[in-house]
Design a protein around this ligand. Structure first.
Ligand code: TEU
Ligand code: CA
Length: 543
């Protein structure tokens, strides 16, 4: 018996449509391709799909620059295909969560095309414009996430417009109520099509006050979200997850406390920044210290324990692959991929799997700048090389942190084209698809895939996984991450040795039953034991 909302009980699956499944040999994934893989997703057991953008777009940032919110990108299919996807998914118990990208549009969106015709043109005040100031290059020092200033001068208008991302992604002016209501109308258009909800791109930026240099968590942010809730999804059985790079456990409660009528949950990135130098950019690397990972994730688990709700993820289309990043994609590929799966899926919150994670897909190291596709990495490369950085060092950072790592095509089988396409793929396919692919993983009862399938089933069968209290086991070796989940009748102990070295661990409880493990012969005996490299297991212990 399940209680709570549907989105508290499911595991979500993110699809990056360009790279998931091509159906017509043009090398680009598409909606009919996704439909053809719904049976696969049902077999895996997921209850929802977060679909990265499928709207009309010139693809400056692969669909995160939308030129028409109510049209489908022709490369991906038609609106009829989209409606069929929603219906076919629903028939399999899977809801489609759309990506809502409303901090900005494409510069090719009709609103911007009209608005940039003149200062007094209709739609001009849909965007954030500032007059030039004598003696200043740009209105202020705000920077674009994709390098360079966040302001671009438009000679026709004689003003600068704001873009926190690329110049082809002008920021919408959320201070304008007409803009807000145009967005709500568009959301209602999609809600009427029967979708399951929205993932909201960089939603914590919409309350920005650029003149005060405030971008994230602006003063009006929560007012806007409550207004959006009232005008669109509020009171409906939909899920909403906000992408919030600046979230802290305290403000995450503001977003996700049901009494405030804002969002179901947010994606927080605190753990994701732990391998970056404090004060540096994501490219400025430092090794991950496991005690920090334990501290940060435990803080989120307990702060959002009673009010609010966590999202759980290692991967998405912006992040490097977890098995390459914090696991070991050489000697302990399967063990470490399974370890991160077990560690995350036993936590409290809604887990998200990013396509290919369930088969242990790895990063794709490039050797030359000509192999870069992503706008963020391309701009970074040019900026840093111009500034005198060693090109090989920049390529190294891109190999470790760049977004193309996550975007190589899905590895369905060992054939040329990896079962993704019969044509020339839009982005390089990882040659290790001959080893790591869906066909071989699904056929192997001991695979990474089988672990994900088992974890999803465990969540469905055990209320404890959804609702149980979380408590970190403090007294362990640095690299051992262990925690309890407890409800009225049961207690589970999760143990993970996040290291290629063995570590001692003392099982103090009386073990009743092994729930899942990534080594075939995990013993139930109590007392001290040596955990093997990347060993992870869950045992039910005496409560
Ligand atoms: O990402 C937000 C974002 O800020 C990322 O670009 C992030 O900063 C970067 O990967 C790390 O430096 C969202 C989308 O997920 C991303 O794909 C888009 O490019 C971005 O918004 C703009 O829409
Ligand atoms: Ca295609």
């Amino acid at each position: 018996m399940t209680t709570g909302k549907w989105w508290q009980n499911v595991v979500m699956y993110q699809i990056y449509p360009r790279s998931f499944q091509d159906s017509n040999g043009d090398g680009v994934g598409d909606i009919p391709g996704i439909i053809s893989r719904l049976d696969y997703l049902q077999q895996l057991g997921v209850g929802g799909i977060w679909l990265s953008p499928v709207y009309a777009s010139p693809n400056d940032d692969n669909g995160y620059d939308i030129s028409d919110y109510e049209a489908i990108m022709p490369e991906f299919g038609t609106m009829a295909d989209m409606e069929r996807l929603i219906a076919e998914a629903k028939a399999r118990g899977i809801r489609i969560v759309m990506d809502l990208v409303v901090n900005h549009t494409s510069d090719e969106h009709r609103w911007f095309v009209e608005g940039r015709k003149a200062k007094d043109a209709p739609y001009h005040d849909f965007y954030v414009w500032r007059d030039p100031v004598e003696g200043q290059d740009v209105p202020n020092d705000l920077r674009s996430t994709f390098s360079g200033p966040a302001w671009t001068y438009d000679p026709t208008v004689g003003q600068y417009y704001l873009h926190l991302f690329s110049p082809k992604q002008p920021d919408l002016n959320w201070a304008n109520p007409v803009v807000r209501h145009a967005v709500y109308d568009m959301m209602n258009f999609w809600i009427a099509k029967g979708i399951g909800g929205f993932r909201m791109d960089v939603i914590d930026l919409i309350g920005k006050e650029p003149d005060k240099m405030i971008t994230g968590n602006g003063p009006k942010l929560h007012d806007y979200l409550q207004e959006m809730n009232r005008n669109t999804f509020g009171g409906k059985d939909l899920m909403t997850v906000g992408e919030t790079w600046g979230a802290t456990p305290e403000n995450a409660k503001l977003f996700s406390d049901p009494a405030r009528h804002e969002l179901s949950m947010v994606f927080q990135f605190e753990h994701s920044g732990l391998d970056q130098q404090p004060g540096g950019e994501k490219w400025d690397l430092q090794p991950l210290a496991i005690p920090n990972l334990k501290r940060v994730l435990s803080k989120w688990q307990t702060t959002l324990g009673e009010r609010g709700w966590n999202s759980l993820f290692w991967n998405n289309h912006d992040l490097p692959r977890i098995v390459s990043r914090w696991g070991n994609d050489q000697t302990y590929h399967d063990q470490s991929a399974k370890l991160f799966a077990i560690l995350l899926h036993m936590m409290k919150g809604t887990p998200y799997i990013y396509q290919g994670e369930e088969i242990g897909m790895t990063n794709y190291p490039i050797t030359d700048a000509s192999e870069i596709d992503d706008i963020e990495s391309l701009n970074l490369y040019n900026e840093r090389v111009q500034a005198g950085y060693d090109p090989a060092g920049v390529i190294h950072s891109i190999n470790v942190k760049g977004r193309d790592n996550a975007r190589t095509p899905m590895q369905w089988d060992a054939n040329d084209g990896a079962g993704f396409t019969t044509g020339k793929p839009w982005l390089h396919i990882n040659p290790n698809h001959v080893q790591y692919n869906v066909a071989s993983e699904v056929a192997d009862a001991d695979s990474v895939w089988a672990t994900y399938q088992q974890l999803i089933a465990l969540r469905k069968q055990n209320d404890l996984v959804v609702w149980g209290d979380y408590a970190l086991l403090e007294d362990t070796a640095d690299d051992v991450f262990a925690y309890y989940r407890t409800d009225q009748s049961h207690r589970w102990l999760v143990v993970a040795n996040i290291s290629a070295e063995p570590n001692a661990f003392t099982l103090m409880d009386q073990a009743e039953r092994l729930i899942i493990s990534n080594y075939a012969d995990t013993a139930l005996t109590g007392g001290e034991r040596q955990l093997r490299p990347y060993e992870a297991f869950v045992v039910e212990v005496k409560a």
